[in-house]
Write a new protein. Structure first.
Length: 277
């Protein structure tokens, strides 16, 4: 277990250990980050010294006597807005300087529904940095000046409404950490990702060869590696065509891949006609 008893990162608040990438997470709900990572690859990455995680409770940086972090919106309307001072003070204290207007900053990322879409390409881009700061919004949003003058980047994890930026920050952390060299045992494991090849993955099977009457495709039991590779490639293409045709525009496809996809289209056309009859 962690040295700090129940702290999944084995760190006291604001304490760090040497790592390859350091994450600073600014949130009103630091407890939310504990359980998901208690028994995960992220925990092991921290223990192996590949990753350093530091949680910062934005409330600790509020200067008024009630430690208020939100306020009513100028112009009226419902809901509350996160005040700029506690967030700004927290980032300034952690960096050791005021980041405003500096060009030599690590990514200072605001998680917001209005951010640019988070993708595997963004995860790869972020994994090249040695430090990342993630700001989690709450309430109806964050004072616009944080977005404009403090954040260097804004990310959204998708078009659905969550209660705050904490879960998105965990998503970004998870996706970036597994790309850090040495975090996953097998370096091939990230290169072969479906989103790295640009296609959805082929189907996977393990023992038994027949389960509840459902057999594993025979080619996988054949021992013909070239045949297995060809089958997997085709199943990946078939799935992608069926479920995520948008991905095919970006995927690297060989002449053989294109011929297979064209053939699928023809077959699909045939079956559509059959179904209509
Ligand atoms: C009524 C307008 N809402 C915007 C769609 C307000 C609002 C809803 C939810 C403002 C903030 C939030 C909290 N969500 C996030 O902070 C958030 C988020 C998300 O909700 N979906 C996907 N990615 C992200 S990143 C941060």
């Amino acid at each position: 277990m962690g040295r700090a008893g129940g702290n999944p990162w084995g760190l006291q608040k604001n304490e760090t250990v040497g790592g390859v990438v350091r994450f600073d997470i600014f949130t009103l709900f630091p407890e939310m980050f504990k359980s998901p990572f208690e028994a995960s690859i992220i925990r092991r990455a921290c223990e192996a010294g590949r990753v350093t995680l530091a949680l910062h409770n934005v409330r600790d940086y509020a200067t008024d006597k009630h430690h208020q972090t939100d306020d009513t919106p100028y112009g009226g309307g419902g809901g509350m807005v996160m005040k700029p001072e506690p967030i700004w003070n927290a980032v300034e204290a952690v960096l050791g300087f005021d980041p405003a207007g500096r060009s030599d900053l690590p990514p200072l990322i605001l998680l917001t529904p209005q951010g640019r879409p988070f993708t595997q390409a963004v995860a790869r881009e972020l994994s090249a940095h040695e430090r990342l700061l993630l700001i989690c919004g709450r309430y109806e949003g964050v004072d616009e000046r944080v977005r404009q003058y403090l954040a260097t980047d804004e990310l959204s994890i998708g078009d659905y409404v969550l209660t705050g930026g904490e879960v998105p920050a965990m998503v970004v952390l998870d996706a970036v950490v597994r790309l850090i060299p040495g975090v996953l045992g097998d370096p091939g494991a990230t290169a072969d990702d479906s989103h790295a090849t640009g296609l959805l993955e082929y189907p996977h099977y393990t023992r038994p060869a027949v389960y509840r009457g459902h057999p594993v495709p025979e080619v996988l039991l054949s021992g013909h590696h070239a045949e297995v590779d060809r089958w997997r490639r085709r199943e990946a293409l078939r799935r992608t065509q069926e479920r995520r045709p948008d991905l095919l525009d970006q995927a690297e496809l060989s002449q053989a891949d294109r011929e297979f996809l064209d053939q699928l289209q023809v077959e699909e056309g045939d079956s559509t006609v059959l179904k209509r009859e």
